[in-house]
Design a protein around this ligand. Structure first.
Ligand SMILES: [Zn+2]
Length: 441
């Protein structure tokens, strides 16, 4: 009997404090929500979750331990707006690249973002369903992904990625454009087509939908002032999303498009650089979210001048509102997510960290860090029953949260450069209870 009991005890210990348990000692903890660090803490990890955070935790003597050396432990960062699959220019993606090459590059981008400290991202357009699956299965390293799938764009909209001479497949016998066929962008018009595109993305695994609701900088056919999709079309996407218990995020800069989207039930305004007082009041009233990119303000005059003239002009128009947007966001204390719209060449991912620098013109470091952790996690909750990561909380360090955590030299609550200079300061990365990087030994 005693033998059986001790066997049961061993099984219990293995289940609770077995090999997968880990104790991080001697760290100052920022929990993702409060204003201050908790000094001299221990963090117990069990499997992929945080079991306990306290000054002293009772554990088995032989548990694996990591000495945090008095450094700062914070939740893994998240980026609410990026495009992991867009690692090449549109021309190369559209006309040259084999899909497998594109996919392998996307996997590399995902790994690079994880090494910056981003353990969760919301991918706002591009074919990343397979990448998400591979990361979740542990086949390749990367952040947790909330995928949107293909952009939903009207003909001539920001997601109409055809070459200028490509015929429109819907009124000619032209084959489906490659960006359409591979799930980068669906070009649709009218309520039935919008519904079909929305439902196709949901079928493939989208956790939210991305709709183009106004002119864009990088697209060829649409002026910035253009409003895209009628109220009925936007409403159709919102309805299709709501029927699956999720929401629509839109690309849009100007107030007319923002207002139309919000009135149609859109819950997240991405970019929004030309938002005015009335539109931001409506956003506040609707309890919707704003995802600005203030780091575009760091673009030098020269870097804009070398763009093709039309694109440079569009960029200048958008940048003219960038400071005002942040002022209004602060004034009305709106739901503000941290999203960088990162895409582009491999190795350039760290530019996303610039958003931490520019936001500190309007917010304190701890406020910005909150946006990039616990506030983003609230936005991700809008995916409702489609939320793929529900075993624990995201964006916080507390009992029951996912073991997604970072350990830095220095105190990022006082100096945001600690986050930005990640090569020198970020010594430990854990995602889902697994150690990604450890320079503490
Ligand atoms: Zn984007």
């Amino acid at each position: 009997m005693r033998f059986i009991l001790s066997l049961l005890a061993i099984c219990w210990l293995n289940a609770n404090y077995g090999q997968e348990s880990l104790l991080i000692q001697n760290v100052n903890v920022w929990d993702g929500t409060s204003d201050q660090l908790k000094l001299g803490q221990q963090v117990l990890i069990e499997g992929n979750l945080i079991k306990e955070v306290a000054r002293e935790i009772l554990v088995e003597p032989d548990i694996t331990r990591i000495d945090g050396q008095g450094k700062t432990l914070i939740p893994g960062l998240s980026d609410a707006h990026l495009h992991l699959a867009f690692t090449m220019g549109l021309m190369d993606t559209r006309n040259k690249a084999d899909w497998m090459y594109t996919a392998i590059r996307a996997a590399k981008a995902a790994e690079n973002f994880l090494h910056l400290g981003f353990t969760t991202v919301r991918d706002l357009g591009g074919p990343v369903f397979g990448l998400k699956q591979a990361i979740d299965e542990g086949l390749t390293p990367g952040p947790r992904i909330f995928p949107s799938g293909a952009f939903i764009s009207q003909t001539s909209g920001h997601g109409d990625l055809r070459n200028p001479n490509d015929a429109h497949p819907y009124w000619s016998d032209a084959p489906l454009h490659s960006m359409d066929a591979q799930g980068w962008s669906f070009v649709v018009d009218g309520v039935p087509e919008v519904l079909k595109a929305a439902r196709e993305n949901l079928k493939r695994g989208a956790t939210q939908l991305k709709v183009m609701a106004g002119g864009g900088i990088g697209s060829d056919f649409d002026p910035i002032h253009s409003i895209q999709f009628t109220p009925a079309e936007l409403g159709a996407a919102v309805q299709a999303a709501a029927d699956w218990d999720t929401y629509v995020a839109v690309h849009v800069y100007h107030s007319e498009g923002i207002t139309r989207a919000l009135e149609a039930g859109v819950k997240c305004i991405d970019h929004g650089h030309l938002i005015n007082e009335e539109a931001i009041q409506l956003l506040k009233e609707k309890d919707a979210w704003l995802v600005p990119q203030s780091h575009w303000l760091l673009r030098s005059k020269e870097s804009i001048e070398i763009l093709p003239p039309r694109r440079a002009q569009k960029m200048a128009m958008v940048l003219a509102g960038a400071e005002r947007e942040m002022e209004l966001a602060k004034k009305y204390d709106v739901n503000l997510a941290f999203g960088t719209d990162a895409f582009g060449p491999l190795g350039g991912e760290s530019k996303a960290l610039n958003e931490f620098i520019t936001r500190c013109r309007w917010y304190s470091p701890v406020e910005v860090l909150r946006q990039a952790t616990s506030e983003n996690a609230k936005l991700f909750q809008l995916s409702g029953k489609l939320h793929p990561y529900t075993a624990g909380k995201l964006g916080v360090i507390e009992s029951g949260a996912y073991a997604d955590l970072l350990i830095y030299d220095g105190n990022p609550l006082e100096d945001i450069q600690v986050i930005v200079n990640y090569k020198e300061n970020l010594h430990f990365i854990m995602k889902d209870g697994k150690i990604i990087k450890n320079e503490l030994e």
